[in-house]
Design a protein around this ligand. Structure first.
Ligand code: TPP
Ligand code: SF4
Ligand code: MG
Length: 341
């Protein structure tokens, strides 16, 4: 529920109780030029559908800016503004503060208006991380930052970002005959980091558009709860991940079913695992092998069995050794870790 004690009013957006209850109005329509099968475009559509018409959308440079505002065309029905690549956090905070000031001075009607700023993984998890962090410390302003993560700087032709998975073939990490794996770093844990480090932020969640109703309900909850909130979405990208566009939905599901992309929300400091992720955690569902996920994508086509085994072992580690499986990576020291006396 919205807490109006320290924020300007938020809209009360009740969750959609099943797909048949989802509203039919669209606020991200035709007129965009994203690739066929682009999950990030679907995320935009679901995000603003969940938010409704009294919404301002701000977006940093990247595919979801460029392909959605080609000259003379745009799919946005709600007010929309572009902001600089690393500035989704600043844009969210500035807009929320501006609205609040105008309403306070009586220069604009006092009413709840959703402020959503989106960013890509390059713009959000790398370049704009500082601005997002700052925004998440200002509990007096309502805004949602949604990071759509296609795991590369896609708009400039698939350069690797801090969110690119281990070993993936990107234009900055092409596999060669001498060195097969160029990108050797594990993906940054952005949502876990932001949830753990921002005590004033009341809501952080991970989403996946293959679970669309759940995703929209998390957007609705974030906007209702008030203060600064953050949602991280994993988005299959046919161009960057190199697969047939018709597999986008299935790949999104596989990311969750393999345990690679845990779905959770942290609300007022309480963690809740969601859906299939909770089933995995409670032992009702066995994680699918990473092989199924990796070998459907051209960006991992150079992987040997050893590479797949390594990737699998790192995902297993997330589930067996992390302090909170899939969410908080460090763990307490165990007796066997201690060096011999
Ligand atoms: C300060 C700055 N540096 C570089 C660029 C060039 N640039 C435009 S879009 C983009 C990629 C952004 O990647 P990401 O945020 O992941 O969004 P995506 O393109 O993947 O949707 C880059 C590097 C820019 N616009 N501004
Ligand atoms: S490159 Fe990827 S994120 Fe960009 S429009 Fe195409 S599918 Fe979408
Ligand atoms: Mg990206």
């Amino acid at each position: 529920m919205a807490d109006t004690a320290f924020t300007n009013a938020t809209q009360i957006l009740e969750p959609f109780k099943g797909v048949k209850k989802v509203t039919i109005e669209e606020y991200f329509t035709s007129g965009h030029r994203t690739c066929q099968g682009c999950e990030s475009a679907l995320v935009m559509k679901l995000m603003v559908k969940a938010a409704g018409p009294r919404t301002i959308v701000l977006g940093s440079t990247g595919c979801m800016y460029v392909a959605n505002t080609t000259y003379y065309t745009t799919p946005w029905v709600v007010p929309w503004m572009h902001t600089q690549l690393g500035s989704s956090g600043s844009a969210a905070l500035g807009t929320a503060a501006g609205l609040k000031a105008l309403m306070k001075k009586g220069k604009m009607k006092s009413e709840p208006i959703n402020v959503i700023a989106f960013c890509g993984d390059g713009g959000g998890a790398d370049m704009g991380l500082g601005a997002i962090s700052a925004t998440l410390t200002h509990k007096e302003y309502n805004s949602l930052i949604l990071l759509y993560d296609n795991e590369s700087y896609a708009n400039t032709d698939i350069q690797l970002s801090g969110s690119t998975p281990y070993g993936a073939n990107t234009t900055f990490s092409p596999p060669g005959s001498v060195k097969r794996i160029i990108h050797t770093r594990w993906k940054k844990n952005t949502a876990g980091m932001l949830a753990a480090g921002h005590p004033e932020c009341r809501y952080v969640a991970t989403v996946d558009a293959s679970y669309a109703v759940e995703m929209m309900n998390k957007v609705r909850k974030a906007l209702t709860i008030g203060g600064p909130t953050f949602i991280h979405s994993l988005d299959p990208c046919p161009k960057g991940w190199d697969y047939d566009p018709m597999q986008s939905h299935e790949l999104g599901e596989l990311a969750v079913l393999t345990g690679l992309w845990p779905l959770y929300e942290v609300e007022n400091g309480v963690l809740r695992l969601i859906g299939k992720t909770r089933d995995i955690s409670d032992g009702r569902l066995k994680r699918l092998p990473m092989r199924d996920y990796l070998l459907r994508q051209g960006r991992f086509a150079h992987f040997t069995d050893d590479d797949i085994a390594y990737f699998q072992s790192k995902v297993d580690e997330m589930w067996t050794r992390w302090l909170i499986p899939g969410v908080i990576p460090f763990r307490q020291q165990l007796d066997q870790d201690k060096p011999p006396a």
